[in-house]
Each structure stands twice: as C-alpha cells, then as structure tokens.
Design a protein around this ligand. Structure first.
Ligand code: MN
Length: 299
C-alpha cells in the first residue's frame, strides 16, 4: 500500500486562531475535485475576539463547511442569512459568481471547523450561484465509533449534499479505542485529515510526525485500516483523480486563465456580477484584488 504523509501549513489568524491548510500544496494540488482543505481551530477565543471575514467573491467552486464547535453567520449576495451550528453543513455554490461574508457568533467562544472547496467541473463552472444549509447529516452509530456521511453514500446512508462530480466525505469519531477497516472506492484517491488526534494508519511508514499530519491514499485501494484512540476524529475525503487540477487564483477557480482574469477585472470594477452582501453589518466592500490580504482568504 503506497500511502504517504504530507504536511500541514499553519497560519495564525489574529493571536489565537490557527488555520491548518492541507491542500492545495505543491506536492498535492487536489484530491479529485476537492481543491482546498483548511482545518480551523479548535480554539477558544478571548473576550471580544472573533472571526469576521468581510465581503469577498468566488467563482467556479462550491465552498463546503463542516462545523464542529461554535457558530458562524453566513451572508451572501443572494440574500441568504444563515447560522451554521455544530454537525451541520453549509454548501455555497459560487458558479458564475457570488459574494459572501462569514462572522463568528459573539456569544460563541469556541470555534472548530473544516472548510473545503470543491471545483465545479468544466461544463458546470458557470452555473447559477446557490446556497444550501443542511441542518441534519446522516449519522451511523457503531459500538466503538460513529460516522457522519458528509458527501456521497456509506452503509446505506446517503448524504443530501449536492455536488457535481463523484466525491465522498466521512467524519469518523472513535467513542472507544478502536481499529476500523473503512471500505474505499478503488476509483477514488483519498485524503485523511485528523481533526482530533491520535491515530495511526496501517501501511504508513513509521517515522516521527505530528499526529495531525494528513495522509494521502492513491487510487486503487479497496480498504483502509485505521487505529483511533478514544475521542479521535478523522475526516476522510475522496474523489476520482483529475488529469490536471483547475486554476486557482485568490478566491477564483476556473479551467481557463482568461476566466480568472475576467473575474478579477469585474470584481475590481464593481460589476453587477458580484453584488453587495446587503445584510452584512460590516463594511460593504473590504477587498480589491490589488489589496488582497492572504489572511482574509480562508473562509
Ligand atoms: Mn469565501
């Protein structure tokens, strides 16, 4: 089994909020159409600290948020106004263009979430923007572990989350020390990200590593054996390998360079393609491409 570890890149947002980026990175651009994976927190905010990501645009992707602790208010240029709470999913389809904001709830002192981006396939990259909130996610309780079926099918459970390419995502939490064998689709490549440690994976070379290092599993495997200590939690994402990943620039995803350049130009020129987020309480417009600040990219 040729599975391997790769490293996280950690950035701090403010003093107290670690963001650990698993993909994209030079060694691993994508896992199927999953093109971005940030593990945010867990963190406990000091008083008056929060996360407030002002209006920014996206094209060509879906943002997928899996909440574990805390609350975030989502607003967007379609007029959606939605709080996401633990064990819920927000799926925002940018398609031809959307603008959104993310604000952590002032009364919610802790925050822990995974945020992923899913590239839309080339023939769907310009579909109409949309936003869906999924309050209840299919959940399987076993003796020693529990599984949320975030995307795709698993053990007769079907996730309601609507994506546009063959993908899967599972959240697996050990309720006791346990070793489990997870069936895989041999057509998929996979990434495994520990969200709460400690774990070990059969087939990974023993070498010193941070217990939260992600693991890449190339296509062709039909199962994965994972040992989880009690309270450990992992995220397992999979998809069919791509010949080449789409282009990503700032918050824009497209299959051709000229589409990205057009989006940048239209954002900077206040095009109707990127309307205001009217119900966001902060500044109406915080970013131009030229003043792009990396720290604001993450949500
Ligand atoms: Mn965003």
């Amino acid at each position: 089994m040729s599975i391997e570890l790769f490293e996280l890149r950690t950035a701090m947002i403010g003093e107290n909020f670690p963001i650990k980026r698993a993909i994209p990175q030079r060694k691993l651009r994508n896992i199927g159409h999953w093109i971005f994976l940030d593990h945010a927190g867990p963190t406990i905010f000091k008083q008056d600290e929060n996360v407030d990501v002002g209006p920014h645009p996206h094209i060509g992707l879906q943002t997928f948020t899996w909440m574990l602790q805390g609350e975030i208010l989502h607003n967007d240029s379609l007029g959606n106004d939605q709080i996401i709470r633990p064990y819920q999913i927000n799926l925002m389809t940018a398609g031809s263009g959307i603008v959104h904001t993310e604000l952590s709830h002032p009364n919610s002192q802790s925050l822990h979430l995974a945020q992923l981006w899913i590239a839309l396939p080339k023939d769907k990259e310009s579909i109409a923007p949309d936003f869906e909130h999924y309050p209840v996610i299919p959940h399987i309780k076993n003796d020693n572990h529990e599984i949320y079926v975030l995307v795709g099918d698993f053990e007769q459970q079907h996730s309601p989350v609507e994506v546009h390419s063959p993908l899967s995502a599972l959240d697996i939490k050990a309720t006791q020390d346990t070793t489990i064998t997870i069936p895989l689709n041999p057509k998929f490549e996979y990434g495994l990200l520990p969200l709460e440690c400690h774990i070990s994976v059969a087939g990974v070379a023993k070498k010193p590593r941070k217990s939260d290092s992600p693991i890449y599993i190339p296509a062709g495997e039909s199962s994965l054996k994972v040992t989880l200590n009690k309270e450990s939690r992992i995220l397992l994402i999979g998809g069919e390998p791509l010949d080449h990943p789409p282009l990503m620039w700032w918050n824009f995803v497209a299959w051709e360079q000229k589409s990205i350049e057009k989006a940048i130009d239209e954002w900077n020129n206040f095009s109707e393609r990127f309307p205001e987020v009217t119900n966001y309480p902060g500044k109406k417009r915080t970013l131009n491409f030229s003043s792009y600040n990396r720290a604001t990219q993450i949500l």
